[in-house]
Design a protein around this ligand. Structure first.
Ligand code: PLP
Length: 308
């Protein structure tokens, strides 16, 4: 018995084909399994609402284009998501917080047809705890420079491919060294991204004479350049749009490790983790005004919560 709901996209079943996730469902010759050749998206359902589905479908299509992989149109994914969530509600529980994964592999060797499915499951408990308590991170070298993505499109640096073994290895390395997460840096010394998240940095100044950290005269939110070989985050994109309307100045890198240490607050953000404060980087505390950092986190978290 598993609490994961599985729905395969299948031309013979326009709304998707429900399968038992506790039974084997993939061929051992599927190129997703043997080569990590495919793309995926992970998104969050909160209180019955699928957050940022159009942005995730656009990124899935753009990743698939970079891999020259033909995947079903948006409507087929949307129908499969509805089927998966109906089934989840029926067999697992309410749609309070559900993680939905969309996967498309290059398919079974020789079949020339993508294998595509939607999986719905409960989030890992660590995500919620980290959102509330924050994380300690280590800076790890990704081993290539921030211009490589443009020079070497075959490396698929802007695509969300199934080849996440390196990202998972980096997380294990961080855990083995007493940290919760990682911020990757490039060989030319730029801040890139986390293994499963986007980096955000804030600079702010309290209003003159303000005793409430929420009263700020100036607030600026910066993320690494989107063309520096990182995955453009749907969360970062949505939060930047909301922050702009709320009076934040916005910037796109380049960021260097010293900018992280000089910041008033640093976060990792992703669809499932949401906005997670970074408490320490390589053992050094981030920011010098914890009340200000808390106020900035509260403001951005509230903006991000309201995003559809
Ligand atoms: N960067 C990487 C490498 C990721 O894997 C993810 C999400 O999994 C992100 C950034 C954040 O993307 P999103 O905000 O769309 O979840």
């Amino acid at each position: 018995m598993t609490s994961t709901v599985l729905v395969f996209l299948d031309p013979a079943h326009p709304d998707g084909r429900i399968e038992d996730a506790s039974r084997p469902q993939l061929f051992a010759t599927d190129l997703g399994a043997t080569r990590g050749d495919g793309v995926f998206e992970t998104l969050l359902v909160m209180d019955g609402h699928v957050r940022k589905l159009p942005a995730h479908l656009r990124r899935l299509a753009s990743s698939a284009r970079l891999l020259e992989l033909e995947v079903p149109e948006h409507e087929a994914w949307e129908r499969a998501v509805v089927t998966a969530l109906d089934e989840y509600q029926r067999t697992v529980g309410p749609l309070q917080e559900v993680v939905v994964k969309l996967v498309a592999t290059r398919g079974v060797e020789g079949a020339h047809a993508a294998t595509c499915w939607v999986a719905a499951s409960a989030p890992a408990p660590a995500a919620k705890r980290q959102r509330e308590e924050g994380v300690d991170v280590v800076l790890l070298d990704r081993g290539y420079d921030s211009d490589l993505g443009e020079r070497a499109p075959w490396l698929l640096l802007g695509a969300k491919t199934l080849s996440y073994a390196v990202n998972m290895a980096a997380l294990r390395y961080a855990h083995a060294h007493g940290a919760d997460d990682v911020i990757f840096t490039s060989s030319d010394g730029k801040v890139l991204e986390g293994p499963t998240s986007t980096v955000l940095v804030a600079h702010a100044e309290r209003a003159p004479g303000a005793d409430d950290a929420g009263q700020v005269a100036f607030k600026r939110l910066v993320t690494p350049q989107l063309d520096s070989g990182i995955l453009p985050g749907t969360s970062q994109g949505a939060l930047f749009a909301a922050a702009k309307d709320a009076g934040w100045e916005l910037g796109y890198g380049p960021l260097e490790p010293q900018d992280l240490f000089d910041a008033d607050a640093v976060w990792l953000i992703s669809s499932v983790r949401l906005l997670t404060p970074v408490n320490r980087i390589d053992g050094k505390p981030v920011g010098t005004d914890p009340e200000l950092a808390k106020a900035l986190t509260a403001e951005l978290a509230a903006l991000f919560d309201r995003i559809a």
